[in-house]
Design a protein around this ligand. Sequence first.
Ligand code: GUN
Length: 282
Amino acid sequence: MTASIISGKEVAASLRNEIKLEVQEWKDNVTPGLAVILVGDNPASRSYVKGKEKASSEVGIYSELTEMPEDISEKNLLDKVEEYNENPAIHGILVQLPLPDHISEKKVIESISPEKDVDGFHPISIGRMMTGKDTFLPCTPFGILKMLKYKDIEIEGKHAVVIGRSNIVGKPVGQLLLNENATVTYCHSRTADLPYYTAQADIVIAATGIAEFITKEHVKDGAVVIDVGMNRKEDGKLCGDVAFEEVKEKASYLTPVPGGVGPMTITMLLYNTLQSAKKFVN
Ligand code: GUN
């Protein structure tokens, strides 16, 4: 079987178009506002933040960037978050991670008002997600779910194997698939005999952080394979966690890197910010 390639770019463009139209419709009532806080000068974080600002302005969302130096005190950062919690023009707050070692990520995440937690990282948002309540869903897992739904890929009753257990991707994507009535298995770096599990999967979510780690031996014929990885090869080229060329010959659907899950993450941030703004009007 040769896989049909799911273009995240295409799905993201279609969703961003819908978001843009809805922002237009709501403009007499509210302009969605997103505050982004960047601490320090990590080039990858800076590049993600720039992408978020650009995407926001393209759909008509107001965005505001606060840059803070690497040695900013935890208190100053918490004060800034509090200011945004109180600011009525801001409906979503995102503190770009990772933070410097002297600042507690836990404290900062918990300082964001759950009503403005468009990243979906606050323990209250996570608790709501786990109990199936209405909440902001974390952007990468939410984007994966949207891609599957866009392609009408059946989730209910399917066996999904998630490889990776990070708080940002692995754990929540498994929970979202469970909420959709999949049977979910979590695998990780300490899993004994990984191919034993992945070979049974109808849906494989690869979030290992290891370049081209998932090969054709891991995948059963006709499986749906979602690649969350973003790695750089020795020759400088980007690649995912999946060996694309060989897995393509076995999977039914496969996401590319770049142009797969990546464009969906920012799109869901825009989506969450719009939903938040609408709730503030009602
Ligand atoms: N760092 C890497 N990904 C993310 C993300 O989705 N949100 C935040 N806040 N920081 C990140």
